[in-house]
Design a protein around this ligand. Structure first.
Ligand SMILES: C[S@@+](CC[C@H](N)C(=O)[O-])C[C@H]1O[C@@H](n2cnc3c(N)ncnc32)[C@H](O)[C@@H]1O
Length: 261
């Protein structure tokens, strides 16, 4: 992503929130946040959310999980504005800091966070080595990264459904496989690395999403965009459904621990 490029303008964020719930630009909403964080105690912890979007996960981490402090970072100013409104309206602004950042190294000190969270944002970051090295650096010893990321199968390039989806040039995806992700995490220094494949869940879910968008949600989407935009978007969503159904695109939960000193 280059400076000043807007991939999630307000009308697009509106559409995604109609589909996935207020505060979410990625599938599964708060239930997926809970699944990514399962078993991690966030009470009074210092948490970083990389690619916080419109703030749904930041809010859940601050309010439902009782984090001591949550820092959310994103590269798009209008998303930070929306997230800030959500956090202020929810009355948790005293424990949340939202920052507009440039892509690249994280602007935090070493060992600054107990937990680094990210939901479906690392797919937008091309330099996987750098981002996992940086996550490792800003985690305290014993800290954990728990993320959801859009990964691809080893054979995605041979999948006609994936190739067709890519031809739409939808967003700026820099996809990796689970093996590549585990390798860069290991090189960064992480231990107890695990990946949980969510392809089967999302294949079922996106099929329902497309039906919803063709049916009951259609009128709501047409309140924020015109029919041509809706039809074009549906073409992309059907192509994405097919790429997930073919097993090429594999949303995955990723976890790793920074060793205790
Ligand atoms: C699919 S959205 C997910 C947003 C949010 N995590 C959610 O689940 O609703 C991806 C987000 O990553 C952000 N993003 C892209 N590149 C980034 C970077 N280098 N650093 C931080 N955020 C980034 C985008 O602006 C967008 O908000």
């Amino acid at each position: 992503m280059t400076d000043n490029e807007i991939h999630y303008p307000d009308e697009f964020a509106d559409r995604l929130e109609i589909l996935w719930g207020e505060g979410f630009l990625s599938p599964g909403g708060v239930a997926e946040v809970e699944a990514v964080l399962k078993g991690i105690d966030l009470a009074n912890k210092l948490v970083l959310d990389i690619g916080c979007g419109t703030g749904g996960a930041v809010l859940a981490i601050a309010r439902e999980h009782g984090a001591g402090h949550v820092t959310g970072i994103d590269v798009e100013p209008q998303l930070i504005d929306r997230a800030q409104r959500r956090i202020s309206d929810a009355g948790v602004a005293d424990r949340v800091d939202l920052q507009l950042v440039e892509p690249g190294p994280l602007n935090f000190q070493n060992d600054a966070f107990d937990v680094v969270f990210s939901k479906d944002s690392i797919v937008h970051i091309p330099d996987k080595d750098e981002i996992f090295r940086e996550i490792f650096r800003v985690l305290r010893p014993g800290g954990v990264v728990a993320a959801s990321d859009w990964l691809v199968s080893e054979s995605a390039d041979a999948s006609p459904e994936w190739v067709r989806f890519c031809e739409y040039g939808y967003l700026s995806f820099a996809v990796a496989t689970a093996h590549e992700t585990e390798t860069v995490m290991s090189h960064a220094g992480f231990e107890q690395i695990s990946t949980v494949d969510r392809n089967a869940w999302y294949a079922a879910t996106i099929a329902q999403e497309v039906e919803q968008l063709e049916g009951p949600l259609r009128a709501r989407v047409l309140e924020v965009v015109d029919k041509n935009v809706y039809e074009d978007w549906m073409d992309v969503r059907r192509a994405l459904r097919d790429a997930v159904g073919a097993g090429a695109l594999r949303p995955t939960h990723v976890r790793g621990y920074k060793p205790d000193r």
